[in-house]
Ligand binder design. Sequence first.
Ligand SMILES: [Zn+2]
Length: 620
Amino acid sequence: MTSSVGTAPAPQLRDRTGISDRFKWNLTDIFSDWTAWQAAFESLDRKIGEYAALQGTLSQGPDQLLTAMRLSDDIGQLTYKVWYFASLKYDEDQRDNTINARRQQVQILFAKANQASAWFNPELLKIPLATIQQWMAQQSELAVYRFALEDLYRQQEHVLDDKGEHLLSLSSRFASSPHDAYAALSTADITHPTLTLSTGAEVTLTYGQYRAILATNRNQTDRATAFNEYHLLFTANVNTYASLYNAVLQRDWFLSQARGYRSTLEAALHGNNIPPAVVHNLIESTKASAEPLRRYHRLRKRVLALENYHSYDSTIPLVDFDRKYPYEAVLEWLPASVEPLGPAYQRQMTEALNSRWIDVYENPGKRSGAYSAPVYGVHPYMLLNHNDTLDAVFTLAHEMGHSMHTILSNANQPFVYSAYTIFVAEVPSTLSEALFLEHMLAKATDERERIVLLQHAIDGIVGTFYTQVLFADFELQAHRLAEEGRPVTAHGLGEIYFNLLQAYHGDALDYDDLARATWARIPHFFSTPYYVYQYATCFASSAQLMKQLTTGSEADRMAAIERYLALLESGGSDHPMTLLQRAGVDLSKPEPVAAVAEQLDSLVTKLEHAIDALNGRPKT
Ligand SMILES: [Zn+2]
């Protein structure tokens, strides 16, 4: 989310009590009141105690294992309700200390639950897998847990003996130091410069202001100044950033070697059973599909009438547009947009929109941003801060995609498989946005709106796909330096980053030397290595599914819808690659990335036509 730069006063927020109940979520679907919550909290506490008491019983046989699995399910289900009632209530107004205290009480209980269940994995894994498989053959109710149990054995491949695990656990205290130091250097200890804009206005250049200038300021010199000043902040300490990043790389390589992985990438992907070839394929296929990205930037340069076109020119809107999208209107458009997914899906979405599952408007103290909260045994809740902008409308489409995933998964899976992994999670949310875009484009009455819609969609592809793959490529190349015992320097990291920028953008961009330090300002590199590629794989999966859902013969489309709904219904019942393969997406092949490039290419063509039409030129 970006805010506009300037001195306009923030709009007066409505008090929560002044907002009609229709636009506020109804948490009594979880518990009628705090007394009921308290009773559930105490019941949860008791069950956690009962679970701890099961320690030492597993080897007695299938009945004991089933008892432990079922009690764990019970605890899990109750946990969703107890946690979310307090947490959602807290997000309504985070200034409320009493509710914050209750929320923290649940967090303390979680820590207790973790301790109380720590015995389970080691005790289970002492029993040979063959024995467990025999038990599952005898006891059909235990067989429900087959995938969950067998996956624990698969994960076991890289678990060390007690002595080794103890040693590694001792290292965990300093493993987070590079990120802690990064956060201190880039946030706590940073002094943001003051910038004088061409209008004479003075701005303190925080990250938010930097983004806002790039996204709203029509003066290129102002954008250039903001870019330079912001990157100089990181260039000033670039050797320190490089040495902190080297610590991240060395830690990852140390842990990978200690656990017997051949590479840091293999270690990072093992949890979800993703073959490293998926990331290599993603990177190679994307680099080979950069032409539509370059086309887009060349078009922008022409429309914005810029002599030179830099990375800081890449987010400014192509046209001015301030249409408002009232929430009431969206309530009709959204179910209409998912018509390709069938009437049952539409009905379910209409119910989700009209049953007080959504907290719509901003109020003082409310948590910012947006999310979908999967409250198992009740229904998903959605938090929004709807402000009638186009961004807000797409945010709702996005969160609704997550919520429909939750609804279908919870309705079709036993509790143990109801939660889905991040590797699949962003598929329905981005597909929901893509369907909504199609609907809005078909409805758009003027070229200006069409241009804004197309730019919104294209910027989404650039940001969630191309940029994330570039980041993944950078992480992989940087980690290889550590794996191959080569030096890690600020100069070397800058070279990797700069070469990647050029490999993606070719001659469509004028390059700035300061962009070499960009890697130093990406917090994900320091906090969660090898994480962001998942946004890109989700996006590619969604693009290929969108293609299957909306093109081809009637029979092909019907089959694609069935496969897609089956994916949502499958929750976390298997490894994500397997689930996606069943839905018709093979991430080890170049097709999903090709679908993204095709989608982008067609959107850029539509954008070209809309711009020509706005300028009174005939479509070519
Ligand atoms: Zn999401």
